[in-house]
Design a protein around this ligand. Structure first.
Ligand code: NAD
Length: 254
């Protein structure tokens, strides 16, 4: 059922559902972080409308594409560094702390769930993390604070300190293999929960966008929180169509 004009009734139904459930799995997309100052992809003015994503094969093949990718990343650095968790992140942190949620699955790359107090091992990142870089050959982690001055001095990012491989932010680009362990855990969480709550995801980026339906088919209640319609709304039990910041606004009953 879609609640848009009368959110109050929808919030009451959602609160009752949470109350009656043992395991609630939140699944978050870029919309949960727009209140924290990080634009999403697909909303008007979002990153997608400004820059088309650089596919993984282009990053591997072209020094020019790598330069562009790093330039875009560092242009966003102030926004990522200044961002603080919002009410949605805080609500989820509360669910995890109370044991209601075993973990949060996120498409986001901004580290804000960890910043809100959720332990790293309880954040299942299906698209990686942009707050650090890894070597594409040996996987070694490198900090952006080391890469940035070298990039600015030489016009290209340095190579891996351990093996000389290419460095890339630890995110999953279009065309790059999904992280197997994160996807395995995400699937398991979706199959084993009582309630699956998709928050601020357009639910169009697959395979992550298939998780709500996996949960639904495994018998979970499906709740969607988004200001826009999504392709999964018809399958959902409760759709709360509104602003995340006013729906998950530190209410004690959610
Ligand atoms: P998306 O941009 O495709 O969709 C965001 C959705 O959230 C939209 O449906 C929009 O209507 C909704 N939304 C935005 N702000 C909202 C608000 N305040 N209240 C309610 N709804 C709101 O994002 P996606 O589905 O997560 O897919 C984009 C991919 O881009 C992700 O997989 C992620 O890797 C990456 N990305 C991440 C970030 C981040 O880490 N914060 C930001 C941009 C893009």
């Amino acid at each position: 059922m879609v609640f848009d004009d009368d959110l109050k009734q929808g919030l009451a139904a959602f609160a009752a559902l949470l109350d009656a459930s043992d395991t609630v799995v939140p699944f978050t997309g870029a919309g949960i972080s727009t209140d924290s100052g990080i634009p999403d992809f697909r909303s008007p003015g979002g990153l997608w409308t400004r820059n088309k994503p650089i596919p993984f094969d282009a990053f591997l093949a072209s020094a020019e594409a790598r330069r562009e990718a790093w330039q875009r990343r560092f242009a966003m650095d102030a926004a990522f560094t200044a961002a603080r968790p919002g009410p949605g992140h805080r609500t989820i942190a509360r669910w995890v702390a109370s044991g209601l949620s075993p973990a949060v699955i996120t498409q986001n790359i901004d580290n804000l769930h960890q910043d809100s107090g959720v332990a790293t091992e309880s954040v299942v990142e299906v698209h990686g993390n942009t707050t650090y870089a890894t070597c594409l050959s040996c996987g070694r982690r490198h900090e952006l604070s080391w890469i940035r001055p070298l990039f600015e001095a030489h016009g290209e990012a340095p190579d891996c300190q351990a093996c000389g491989g290419l460095l890339k932010t630890a995110t999953i680009s279009f065309g790059q293999a999904m992280p197997q362990e994160a996807m395995r855990r995400a699937g398991e969480l979706a199959r084993r929960c009582d309630v699956f709550v998709a928050i601020g995801s357009s639910l169009v980026v697959h395979p992550a966008a298939g998780l709500p339906l996996i949960a639904r088919e495994s018998g979970a209640w499906l709740v969607i929180i988004n200001r826009e319609p999504t392709p999964c709304d018809e399958a959902a039990d409760i759709v709360l169509r509104g602003e995340i910041g006013s729906i998950l606004n530190d209410r004690a009953d959610l």
